[in-house]
Design a protein around this ligand. Structure first.
Ligand code: GLN
Length: 198
């Protein structure tokens, strides 16, 4: 079987760590900086970084419209700033996000950089529960959750990972721990979406 290709939006932020993890899992990470590169990929990771900067760069690189289309059919996984971009709406309306997941998100909800933290989170995927380390860096919070949204992880009472149809997102950084199973889950999503398309 050929290696699963995974696009990683590489305009800004910690895309290199995602690429490393995809490689570690035997996948083929492709750094995406143009519409042509995006369309070569069966799925895309949107990394953490600074969401307002990322939005500006997405427009500058003419990726906003192609991404709107891409997320209607192919698997997308956003982490931290990626979650902010994928939400339906942001508290305080900094910008209009892509709107793939019916959540309202508050940016920097835990405070500033010094309030970043690592704590146990409970991840529930494929009917299994697992406690893993969650790395939260100037993390956003999901403050409203639509009916069609599946919950994939909790930190205390907060929902910190969600999925709606082909799009998933976490407010923490799974690429910054040694645990690969969240990325493995996303690779499996890409593989099954490809099988369905064939
Ligand atoms: N605070 C950042 C933002 O609002 C997100 C932080 C992150 O991605 N680690 O875009």
């Amino acid at each position: 079987m050929s290696k699963t290709r995974v696009g990683i939006l590489a305009l800004q932020g910690d895309y290199a760590k995602h690429a490393q993890m995809v490689r570690q899992l035997g996948g083929d990470p492709v750094l995406v900086r143009s519409p042509v590169e995006l369309l070569k990929c069966p799925g895309l990771i949107i990394p953490g970084g600074e969401s307002t900067t990322m939005v500006k760069l997405l427009h500058k690189h003419e990726l906003w419209e192609p991404l709107l289309k891409f997320g209607q059919e192919r698997p997308v996984f956003g982490t931290c700033a990626g979650l902010i971009l994928l939400a339906r709406k942001l508290l305080h309306d900094y910008f209009q996000p892509l709107g793939f997941i019916d959540v309202v998100v508050q940016r920097n909800a835990y405070g500033s950089q010094i309030d970043s933290f690592i704590d146990d989170i409970k991840v529930i995927v494929l009917g299994q529960e697992k406690i893993v380390e969650g790395v939260f860096i100037r993390a956003p919070k999901i403050v409203e959750l639509g009916k069609g949204v599946e919950i994939l992880a909790f930190h205390k009472k907060d929902v910190v990972m969600v999925k709606q149809n082909n799009v998933m997102a976490s407010s923490f950084h799974p690429e910054l721990t040694n645990d690969t199973f969240i990325h493995q889950y996303f690779l499996n999503e890409i593989e099954s979406a490809q099988t369905i398309r064939k």
